[in-house]
Write a protein that binds this ligand. Structure first.
Ligand SMILES: [Fe+2]
Length: 377
């Protein structure tokens, strides 16, 4: 028998109105000068102004330089803003991109060199050695679950290649998960991010790695997302559905510390080559990849069908998933979203090099990725 390490470390304040607790929490830590790190689009919306009203008494500055796929230079700009404000803590406020940048602003503000030198596979990777500024996270989408993750994905400025900083040190010290922050999301964003959350739960459950704790979370996360996603899309103001999706999103990200699979390798390639939204890319690939995976994990497909209330057992799970996709408004094939046959060689190359499929239930070679992309085209 081997010895396994399990860790579920993030304190979470979950529920409608949780954002109102941030100020007292920071004060209880002796903190007075937060820097809010958020994205450009969000900074212009009332949701940020409303959040700031709950930070009265604190000396708040905002860095809203996150846009598109986050880059290293956005992190470095955030660090400049942190120092210019004389900030003593960071509040990450936004979707996956803003939260990923916010996780690294404190690193860049207290450490030498460019943030790119801290990515895990840098040939002379620098260690995070200094104490980091206190960091809290507030998600405003329900998809990536980045608020509970210990990695941050930032792209190189010029090549746009995605690089990952991975360290338990960058975990939020407290997450304030407030589903009211997602009430204003448009239907297509709810659908795409929700499919990302569902994919995290499903893929981590299907991974053969030994992690029964995550398996339990992933199955329950799948059940919650499957029951709530359509309602969250169709009834944007439904707080219970929004709450369920935010919980399923966090559960997916907690579960995928176990691992992900080949759907995410395809999605990472589609993001890099065709700039497809990550959740949409997962949604466009998941049925094709899971249909191919079925023979390698039949008992787990039975469980997935069971928790999702799918009549007909494991074989009916993928058809059910396809119908769910259509009902939440995600239609078309890859080619309907700008992907062409000319993209295939690069897509196959990047997906094959991606680490996620190493824990796919069925080993996935370059030839397999070629077939999967062709089938989804
Ligand atoms: Fe994802």
């Amino acid at each position: 028998m081997s010895i396994h390490g399990f860790s579920f470390p993030t304190p979470i304040q979950f529920g409608a109105g949780a954002r109102r607790r941030v100020a007292d929490h920071l004060r209880s830590q002796g903190l007075k000068r937060p820097l809010i790190v958020t994205d450009k689009a969000l900074a212009a919306l009332p949701v940020l102004a409303e959040f700031r009203t709950h930070l009265e008494g604190l000396d708040v500055a905002v860095f809203s330089g996150v846009h598109g796929n986050p880059t290293c230079s956005q992190v470095m700009d955030g660090a400049v803003a942190f120092k210019a404000h004389g900030a003593d803590c960071v509040i990450g406020f936004g979707g996956g991109a803003a939260l990923d940048v916010s996780k690294l602003v404190g690193v860049a503000a207290t450490h030498e060199g460019d943030i790119l030198e801290y990515v895990w596979d840098h040939p002379q990777v620098r260690a995070i050695t200094q104490p980091l500024p206190y960091f809290v996270a507030l998600p405003t989408t329900s998809g990536t679950g980045s608020e509970v993750g210990r990695s941050s994905v930032v792209s190189e400025n010029d090549t746009h290649l995605k690089r990952v900083v991975f360290s338990p040190r960058i975990l939020a010290r407290c997450v304030f998960a407030d589903p009211e922050l997602t009430l204003g999301l448009p239907a297509h964003v709810t659908a795409a991010t929700g499919m990302d959350a569902l994919t995290h739960n499903i893929e981590s459950y299907l991974s053969p790695a030994y992690h029964p704790l995550c398996d339990g979370i992933a199955l329950e996360g799948t059940r919650i997302a499957a029951a709530a996603l359509l309602t969250a899309v169709k009834e944007p103001g439904n707080l219970q559905a929004r709450s369920d999706m935010m919980m399923a999103s966090m559960m997916g990200a907690i579960a995928f510390q176990k691992d992900l699979g080949a759907v995410h390798s395809c999605a990472h390639a589609l993001g890099a080559v065709c700039d497809l939204h990550h959740g949409l890319a997962n949604a466009l690939m998941i049925d094709t990849v899971l249909a191919w995976n079925h023979e390698a994990a039949q008992a787990k497909f039975e469980e997935l069908a069971h928790v999702c209330g799918v009549p007909g057992g494991g074989k009916a799970f993928v058809p059910w998933l396809i119908e769910l996709k259509h009902r939440v408004g995600i239609t078309g094939r890859l080619k309907d979203h700008g992907v062409t046959a000319a993209h295939l060689p690069r897509l196959v190359e990047i997906a094959t090099a991606d680490i996620c499929h190493q824990t796919n239930p069925r080993p996935c070679t370059a030839a397999d990725f070629q077939k999967l992309f062709e089938a989804a085209l």
